[in-house]
Design a protein around this ligand. Structure first.
Ligand code: SAM
Length: 224
């Protein structure tokens, strides 16, 4: 564990447990590809130049879902190295497939809980963190499961380099308000709500919200 980069310990998962498995063929592909392109949540602190084979800028993409934005952004930004984290296997194998077949060799997939992975991410080592549409947990009794809260935010910001960015998006109004409140209370961040950037790819999750009449809020911060 790197000094000055906090751990997050929490009793409740921020994700919903889903039971849908993969077909045997897809499972075999997953097992092969994760060996090449995966990073484990367990182990010593990660050394990005050793992981990516170059000394570039590294972005953490938290909860990529089906991977649409991770894949599209990696294709548009080949100079950026990406650690995509997702607990659900169907999304993870979709991104692994894109790495294999679209040549997106600058992505690594972590199949697991980002809060556990953080213990492997050295302080100040990330050029950016993206958290797009984290699970909304709309019922008040489940708000404690929301990913973006003060202790998680502090642990994420610990890993950002000076000048690094934190980009959040949600289409749940009270979650956007609480995201803004915790980010405003974090003295190392400067920034706030921005217009939806057209370079952030539209995902099926965001589209479902738009179809239901919800509008996204984007929040963009820089670590000072
Ligand atoms: C609502 S989806 C949004 C997916 C995608 N970012 C998008 O914009 O379409 C949120 C995703 O975050 C994942 N997730 C939630 N908590 C997580 C955690 N602690 N670690 C990794 N993934 C997590 C969930 O499994 C889910 O797929």
């Amino acid at each position: 564990m790197t000094a000055s980069a906090r751990s997050v310990r929490r009793p409740a998962a921020s994700f919903k447990v889903r039971r849908r498995g993969l077909s045997p063929k897809r499972q075999a592909e997953f097992d092969t590809w994760i060996e090449t392109w995966g990073l484990s949540i367990d182990g010593p602190p990660l050394d990005w130049p050793a992981v990516f084979g170059r000394d570039g800028r590294v972005v953490l993409d938290v909860g990529f879902g089906h991977g649409e934005s991770t894949i599209a952004m990696a294709a548009a930004e080949p100079d950026l190295d990406v650690i995509g984290v997702e607990v659900h296997t169907p999304g993870a194998v979709t991104v692994l497939d894109a790495i294999e077949h679209q040549g997106l060799h600058q992505i690594r997939v972590v199949h697991g809980d980002v809060l556990l992975l953080l213990d492997r991410v050295p302080a100040g080592s990330l050029a950016g963190i993206r958290v797009y549409f984290p699970d909304p947990w709309t019922k008040r009794r489940n708000h404690h499961r929301r990913l973006i809260r003060q202790d998680v935010l502090a642990a994420l910001v610990d890993r950002l380099s000076t000048g690094g960015f934190l980009h959040l998006a949600t289409d749940i109004a009270d979650y956007a308000e609480s995201m803004e409140a915790v980010c405003t209370a974090e003295p190392r961040l400067t920034g706030g709500v921005i217009d939806r950037p057209d370079w952030r790819p539209l995902t099926r999750f965001e589209q479902r919200g738009l179809d239901a009449g919800r509008r996204p809020t984007d929040l963009l911060y820089t670590r000072t």
